[in-house]
Every structure is written in structure tokens, then in C-alpha cells.
Write a protein that binds this ligand. Sequence first.
Ligand code: MV4
Length: 447
Amino acid sequence: MFERVLIANRGEIALRVLRACKEMAIGTVCVFSESDRGAPYLDMADEAICIGPGPARQSYLDISRIMSAAAIADVDAIHPGYGFLSENAHFAEVCRSSGITFIGPSPETINKLGNKTHARQLATEAGVPLLPGTTENVESEEEAREIANQIGYPVIIKAAAGGGGRGMRVAHNEAALITGFVQAKTEAAAAFKDDSVYIEKFLENPRHVEIQIIGDKHGNVVFCGERDCSMQRRNQKLVEEAPCPVFTPDDRAKMGAVAVKLCELAGYHTAGTCEFLVDKDKNFYFMEVNTRIQVEHPVSEMVTNTDLIKAQILAAAGKKLPFTQSDIKISGHSIECRINAEDPAANFRPSPGRIEALFPPGGPGVRWDSHVMSGYTVPPHYDSMIGKLIVHGKTRMDAIRTMIRALKEMRVEGIKTTIPLHLTIMNNANFQSGDVHIHFLEKTLLK
Ligand code: MV4
């Protein structure tokens, strides 16, 4: 097992990885920026090393600074968390050439799955259902027109190097297709230095459902159920839950089987997520693979009674997974609310600053994954998430009731948070009946 792991991240996920390492008796090294100096979780690490100024480009995204810290602290492995360098193939490559284990996929796998047309080709080979569209880049307006006529409008133009919604354009007719094609290419070139785009049939009001995958270096790939992440705004998830409220065990088995097949074909040996869109009739279509541990992993942990971070570390160290597929049973229901330092009443304006008082919720079925406390100042440079409120109940309605109780119990003074919006969502009749889709929040609840 690793002697010492460097955590190349901050905040909630840095603390989540710290906790796993401590329970595994692994030494811990945190890195921090000047704006995170003094953060409470840094005291819990065996060592904490400053890697630069607040802006992430000069600290959490600076590979040379992180590798210097790794060399000074003499670590065996680096956990990248989510965001920052977690899906950066070059970083994984630098780790490998430095003799440090990157706790994640190989650079080759990150590259292969990170490119959406490559991922679509692999999915085709694995027999994973895809929306009608191209598995090659679309090179010209003329070609785009032919493909759109073939598959029928509406279509969506997506950046091959993209993800998370950037470089996408929906087209309901030929005129929109031509302008969208040019716009998507321009946006993709600016955002990803790669202007490749492909075209797919556009689904109007789908759900977003994703499969949690965990593999090891012995060829085992296990799925830990699905998560429904339909409650989102501008590609930022706000509420996630497991299982998907409309899924039967048969739906789960079908989606899980194709996700496992895809990851087996990719030689996947760590934590990852296969994203799907699901239509009204519960047909599902592969979107992309996220080659990292995700923010919402706790809801899967709660319903499968697993520790995905520990499993990820064990797998990276060359150990076998501590469970097999037959050990994974879905038990009860779990919901996560992302508590962000934002004002939902003011167009989600960021609300950094000092938390004057904090009373975190607790009691049966409540988990609070957070790095903040009374007196902590939320820095302005990073993601606004200050914690994840996760509940577990016997049934979905039990979980909703526990979430409402916990949201009301919680006190955060000094900054604005998304708590009031979460109460609105939890009390919403459509949410309670599971009748939602990816545009529900923006089209209905925030209107
Ligand atoms: C789609 C789609 C509808 N039809 N593809 C957005 C992020 C990227 N991962 C894929 N996205 C979408 N792809 C087809 N063919 C709708 C979206 C989409 C979306 C998907 C999941 C969660 C939130 C979303 C918000 C807007 C659009």
C-alpha cells in the first residue's frame, strides 16, 4: 500500500480524500494556495505545502508546482479529486514519468474517453446504445447538412473535445444548423484548442442518469448503481439522487451492463462515470464517460454501502476491489443537495465571505461532507460549493422528509446559500413524484 498520498485539490474533496487515507493508515500531504492558507482541513494532513497564489492557474492547475511539492514530500501517489487536473492526461503522464501513481486512469484512457467521437466509436464497439449521429468529426457545412437531413431535426452539434455543455449548439432547421456549426467550431477552438465537432439527434426533455463504475488492475469492473442528476442549472448539478426514481431493477441491470462492457473494453481500472440521457419511454443513450471521481459519489456510497474513495485508492495501488458485483445491492434511497455560497434570489450571484456562524445538520440518516466551519472565509477564486448535504432513507419519500428536516435545521450566517432553493425543490410536487427532466429547474421552478 502507499505510504504517503498527495492530495492535489482543496475544500470538501481534499477533506474527503484525507478521511479515506487516515482510515487506511496512509500518510497525507495537502497542497494549498495563499487564499486557502489556514483552512481547517489542512491541519488534519501530516504535511501541508503552499503551492502559490489564489488563482488556480498559479496553484491547483500548475503541474510544475504540484510536482515540486510531491518531490519535496516524497509521496507515492497523487489523488487529483474532481475538477482542476483530475482529467488532464498530461498531468497523469507527468506523474507516471516521475514514478508517482496517479489515482485515476492512464493518460491514454483519459485521452481516448475524453474525446467524444472516440468514446462514441468505443461505445459502438461495445454495443452501447447511442443517439443517431456521427462517430467521426463533421468537416464541412455541406456534410453537416447531409447528416442532419439523414437523422432529422432537431439535431445538436457538439465539440469532440468538449464536455459539460461547452461548444454545443441545438438546431431545429437548416439555417440554425449552418450558424450553429460555425459557432460550435469557433467556441470549441477557443475553449479546447480543438475545433472538431460531431452531430447527434437532439433529445428534448430527457433525464440525466449516470452509472458509477469502479475497476481495478486485475480486470474487474463493477458498477455501483445509477444516479439521477436531472435537477441542474446551466450544466451545474444542484441535486443528485440514487437510485433513479423511475428505474426498475431491470432498467438498472441493462444500463449497468452496457457501462461495464464499455469500461472493460477501455481497460478501465479506477473510478469513473458513464453518463446517459433517458427519454420518456426510458430508452437510454450514452453521452460520455467522466474519468474521475465525481462530486455526487456519496449518494452511490450510501445506497451500496461502499467507500468509493478507498476502493479507488486500493485499485490504484494494484489491490483487488474489496467487493464484487454480487456484493452490490441497492438499499434505500439517497439524496444530495449541493450547498453553494450563492444567492438563488439574485441569479445565483456568488456570495463569498466570512461564515459568521454555522450549525451543521445531523441526526439519523444525515451526512454532511464539508470543509467549512464558523469563522471560515469562503474565498472568491474557486467553485462556490461549501458542502454537500446527503441523506439516506428507507424510501425516497423518507429521504425527502429527512432532507427537508436537515435543510431547516442547518444554519449558515454571513453568506447567502442555495438552502432556500433546495427547500423549494424538496417540497415541489413534480420533484416528489419523480416527474422531472434536465430543463425542469430552469423552465419551471426558476421561472
Ligand atoms: C444532449 C442533450 C440532448 N440531446 N445531447 C449537455 C452536457 C453534455 N454532457 C451533454 N449535454 C446534452 N447533450 C442530445 N443528443 C442535452 C444536453 C444537456 C444536458 C445534459 C445533461 C445534463 C444537463 C444538460 C443541460 C443542457 C443540455
